[in-house]
Design a protein around this ligand. Sequence first.
Ligand SMILES: Nc1ncnc2c1ncn2[C@@H]1O[C@H](COP(=O)(O)OP(=O)(O)O)[C@@H](O)[C@H]1O
Ligand SMILES: [Mg+2]
Length: 545
Amino acid sequence: MICIGLEGTAEKTGVGIVDSEGNILALQGRALLPDKGGIHPREAAEHHAENLVPLIKKSLEEANLKPEDLDMVAFARGPGLGPALRTVATAARSLALSLDVPIVGVNHCIGHIEIGRLTTGCQDPLTLYVSGGNTQVTAFDSGRYQIFGETLDIAIGNCLDQFARTVGLGHPGGPRVEELALASDNYLKLPYTVKGMDLSFSGLLTAAIRKYESGAALEDVCYSLQETTFAMLVEVTERALAHSKKSEVLLVGGVAANQRLREMLEVMTQEHYADFFMPEMKYCGDNGAMNAWLGLLMYRHAKNLNMADTHVIQRYRTDQVDVPWMEKSARKLELPVELVAKGAEANICSGHYLDEEVLLKKRVVKGYRIREIDAYLRRKRTKNEAKLLGEAKRCGVVTPLVYDVDLKESVITMEKVAGNEVKVIFSGENSMDLSTIKSISRIIGENVARLHDCGIIHGDLTTSNIILREDGDSVVFIDFGLGKISDLIEDKGVDLLVFKKAINGIHHDISRECFDSIIEGYSCARDCKEIVAKIEEIEGRGRYT
Ligand SMILES: Nc1ncnc2c1ncn2[C@@H]1O[C@H](COP(=O)(O)OP(=O)(O)O)[C@@H](O)[C@H]1O
Ligand SMILES: [Mg+2]
């Protein structure tokens, strides 16, 4: 079967032809490059309207095929810019009708993952997808690609482009920022905004622009902007890797063209004993072949395809789509024997303190980020964690006893809690029954309420960061490194949203029951109603800008 795929979710028009064995027979594309300003959705749509037909013709020539050799048409329904999506959908429908072949509308983000798997040979990766319109970390679980982390405001590509435009570097700005960054190693401190596995770039963008406006050298700002945003991207990928325990990392999307980002992600992947993959650049950015290949996969598993399923979905989420062709890899990461556990940030080893058997949590140097950021984060988080472990206790939340804090080496010596991570109780071979899971979830919710009522934001609520004591009578909260003191409804909402997403990513089949029970337990918190409403509001904020 031969499929033609059309792409035009943003400023790039793409056409590709792929057969059902995964051979890419043609790949043609053309990007809109405005003289000044950013991408206007209507101009993108016009660009697709002008370029689709010539690119289809060129693709057929490249593949040495005639139109009647095509067996199906695929295109991306979203996410993307409304006018652009509608133009491409209309073209795809007309093409399918005139050829009298089936048509499949696909999810653009999944297209990136699937062409990545096809062209690199990775099986079950954790994917970092970075482009002008999207920034997300996804991994397969329970029949779908679940979103582990994503931007809460603008995408990384948009952040770099907007910066470049504002300081007069033109569009697209990513390559110019990369070039200038090479000329500096003078780091200017910028806000570092990681929220659990989510990110935020807009405040950071403003801060970078201010630095430039107040006289800093452009090279230095470019360097600092890249180092900060990429360290954040790599860190959320690292958090998702530690939580999901996948053994492969895949980098896709237009921003993958950046050498520095690639290098950083590769170093992180090696530090976690996993394998790094990235498709050739022509398959990394938006292209038609990815939609063609995903269309073939979907067609193979589709029950009944309907022309009505070709309407566009501007905010089409990756986790809305079933991916029945995917299977979980059985491969497990192997840790060196001296490690009890490897978290996102720290290595956990056994040790002794006086006569006690204890755990040493060492925030190790991360080779992927520059020394200035690394030293700052390790020290700040170690200090923060030690402080909040104590504060939380005073609010009636059980945390491990802290015996010693070594800020120079970023090591916390603490009580070894006998028990299991809640993660292994909620899912997997040794999981408990649903009613037990729900009652544990309620207890967890009550404890989060206690933290919040005392003004403590945990910052990284996941089921890896809560331990159920062996005797089963208490939950122990650990890993407060990203925590802070705040009484803001927004911060409490984000804290719970981080938790909700972490549960959704890894315990997808029971996530609703779990989170509902957590909220039930949380209902004793001050301002509970407003906080819960806030979660929905934050979820609803635009991610495609
Ligand atoms: N005090 C402790 N008692 C028992 N297990 C722990 C303790 N601290 C950490 N662990 C285990 O080590 C893992 C990683 O520790 P964590 O503090 O979450 O590090 P990171 O900040 O790197 O995520 C945890 O998920 C948990 O399984
Ligand atoms: Mg942790």
